[in-house]
Design a protein around this ligand. Structure first.
Ligand SMILES: Cc1cc2nc3c(=O)[nH]c(=O)nc-3n(C[C@H](O)[C@H](O)[C@H](O)COP(=O)(O)OP(=O)(O)OC[C@H]3O[C@@H](n4cnc5c(N)ncnc54)[C@H](O)[C@@H]3O)c2cc1C
Length: 321
């Protein structure tokens, strides 16, 4: 029997979908090994997040509300999460392999003396944690031999869990976060402001590659506007200065799995595929029919993107009235 503690991720008081993807993994784990799961909600003025999680079947939603936790400073969050895990006897702590999760969870593993497996995409029949290696060219099956375990979950590999109804209790956990933050102070957060959906949570992603050159925005933005999509890019488009850094998708960028992914003037290098090949439907538009992107595409259009994408955008606009 296991006790799973799930780190809930939120943004300014709004629950993030990656938490529900992580929950899907936790439910599979509990179904296999028995036991139960709790949520940990850390932050300041985040009672609403705890409330939103009450109908997801947790034993308890633990709320750690403290001014020093207002920003996810990893040293503070890790200390509180590890203290909470110890206090409730959780033997496995899981969270999304997001920017926050990647920062916090390894520190939790150190504090708990736990083995860690990161970017997990499934549980094997034998109970090992499966994770991609070598840009997704290999899958590694990891067995953790320590009593305590810490897992980061690749959210795009799991469909968001549904609510089960019910009303889990919310319990406050007292934290001494002030001590943990003594050496690290929050100064400012230089976030990118955008009216578009978050790239890692969007249902539709329009991604452009180096082939779009300095027309990157002129080609991708109108299509993204009609579809309500997020915009992404290959690393070559970013490196050449056609797209901003936070657009990058792939092995060294973001990992996405939207319902619909447009790869426009992207060749389909293995490092790019590592970040998008789990998308439900992939549409490739490229003027060279021999590019590897067509091997993973559900729909392929061999065409000049500067002509085809504006035409496609106009057609969608007309269809949508
Ligand atoms: C360690 C490492 C990590 C990496 N991490 C990443 C990563 O995270 N993400 C990533 O994307 N890459 C990554 N790369 C780089 C990767 O190997 C490729 O170089 C990169 O993905 C290529 O980007 P691209 O497809 O935009 O450019 P290119 O390979 O140059 O392809 C441009 C494409 O545009 C097409 N094209 C040109 N003009 C037109 C037109 N008018 N209409 C239609 N099509 C047109 C061409 O046919 C071509 O297919 C990494 C590489 C390394 C070594």
């Amino acid at each position: 029997m296991s006790k799973v503690l799930i780190l809930a991720e939120h943004d300014k008081g709004a629950l993030k979908k990656v938490t529900l993807n992580t929950l899907a993994f936790a439910r599979q784990y509990v179904a296999k090994f028995g036991g139960s799961y709790d949520f940990a909600v850390l932050g300041h003025n985040v009672a609403g997040v705890a409330e939103a999680l009450r109908s997801y079947g947790a034993g308890v939603v633990h709320l750690v509300d403290h001014a020093d936790l207002a920003h996810p400073i990893a040293s503070a969050w890790a200390k509180v999460l590890a203290d909470l895990a110890k206090s409730i006897g959780a033997d496995i702590v899981v969270g999304p392999a997001s920017t926050t999760g990647k920062d916090v969870l390894p520190r939790v593993a150190v504090r708990l003396g736990a083995g860690m497996a990161s970017e997990i995409v499934s549980l094997t029949d034998g109970g090992a944690f499966r994770r991609p290696m070598w840009a997704g060219n290999l899958m590694g099956d990891v067995k953790i031999t320590t009593a305590n375990k810490v897992i980061s979950v690749r959210a795009s590999a799991f469909d968001a869990a549904e609510a089960t109804g019910g009303q889990s209790p919310v319990t406050a956990f007292a934290s001494d976060a002030g001590l943990a933050t003594a050496r690290v102070k929050f100064v400012s957060f230089d976030g990118v402001q955008s009216t578009r959906p978050d790239l890692t949570e969007a249902a539709v992603v329009v991604a452009g590659g180096r082939g779009l050159k300095d027309k990157f925005g002129a080609v991708t933005e109108p299509l993204a506007d009609v579809l309500g999509a997020a915009i992404g890019a290959s690393r070559a488009a970013v490196d050449d200065g056609f797209a901003p850094n936070d657009y990058q998708i792939g092995q060294t960028g973001k990992v996405v799995a939207p319902q619909l992914y447009f790869a426009i003037a992207i060749s389909g290098a293995v490092q790019h595929l590592a970040g998008m090949k789990n998308s439900k439907v992939i549409v490739a538009i490229n003027k060279n029919p021999d590019e590897p992107i067509f091997k993973v595409a559900d729909y392929g259009l061999v065409a000049d993107a500067f002509v085809a994408v504006p035409e496609l955008t106009a057609q969608i606009k007309t269809l949508r009235g």
